[in-house]
Design a protein around this ligand. Structure first.
Ligand SMILES: [Zn+2]
Ligand SMILES: [Zn+2]
Length: 262
């Protein structure tokens, strides 16, 4: 799997951090993990083949994770050569995606669902029990609820070569989430705050590193960084709490996710 960080930021506008979005190229196809308002532009900026994107994952309905979805559907209509596209665009994720898109669509007859290719939307019910399904041929997906919003979900993807990636999106602390992320080759974990977090519905560094200790991922990437992180050396602080490899997410960062299993 190959990852491109499109947005390592939050809902708070920041000069170098766009809101959430991660491009993932798997053996089965390309997936956009979360689609903030910034994500469509960031895909173009990184020269990614967005008109042929196979799937979009939406973790929850906070706008810094889903506000780019309707603009993406509005814009892709006019992508060069799009009339040749036949494969479906799969949109999957939390409950409420259809309601959100329909509300926008009907407010001005944007015809978001009238495309030259099929759009398949698959909503996953919030559950503390892990759900699993095949998204694309050879690509296994598991999801589980996170303590952030009623609908919020974390996702675990396993590619055909065995490489695994877990993306928690926004979450509070949970031992169950650490179990869900166990032994992932890459764990993309939110770490909204350095310390003294103002809400239990996000993580601060000590929480994130506790999850890293329990989950023991091959690599850890911390993202969803509020501007207070600007003044802190995240990777150095993380090292004090967990000896593994921690990467501070930054927009434009590219990473190959390889399986550590022999
Ligand atoms: Zn967020
Ligand atoms: Zn959120």
């Amino acid at each position: 799997m190959n990852l491109v960080v499109l947005g390592s930021g939050t809902s708070v506008f920041h000069p170098c951090r766009a809101s959430a979005g991660f491009w993932l190229q798997t053996n089965a196809g390309s997936i956009l993990l979360d689609c903030s308002a910034d994500a469509p532009h960031r895909m173009a900026e990184e020269n990614l083949d967005w008109p042929n994107l196979d799937a979009i994952w939406i973790s929850h309905l906070h706008l810094d994770h889903c506000a780019g979805l309707a603009p993406f559907l509005f814009g892709i209509k006019w992508a060069r050569g799009i009339e040749q596209r036949q494969k479906p665009l799969k949109i999957f994720g939390c409950e409420g995606i259809v309601k959100l898109l329909k509300a926008i669509d009907e407010s001005h007859r944007y015809k978001l669902f009238e495309q030259s290719f099929p759009i398949e939307i698959h909503e996953i019910k919030a559950s503390n029990k892990v759900s699993s399904f095949h998204l694309l041929p050879g690509l296994e997906i598991e999801t589980v609820s996170t303590p952030h919003r009623a609908e919020s979900l974390a996702i675990r993807l396993t590619d055909s070569d065995g490489a695994t990636l877990v993306y928690t999106s926004d979450t509070g602390y949970s031992d169950d989430l650490a179990r869900f992320a166990q032994d992932a080759d890459l764990l993309i974990l939110e770490c909204s705050f350095y310390r003294g977090k103002p809400t239990p519905k996000h993580l601060e560094l000590a929480d994130a590193m506790r999850i890293a200790q329990l989950a023991a991922p091959g690599k850890l990437m911390l993202t969803h960084l509020y501007p207070e992180w600007d003044a802190v050396d995240l990777e150095a602080e993380a090292k004090k709490l967990w000896p593994g490899e921690t990467i501070a997410a930054r927009d434009g960062l590219k990473l190959e996710v390889e399986t550590s299993r022999r």
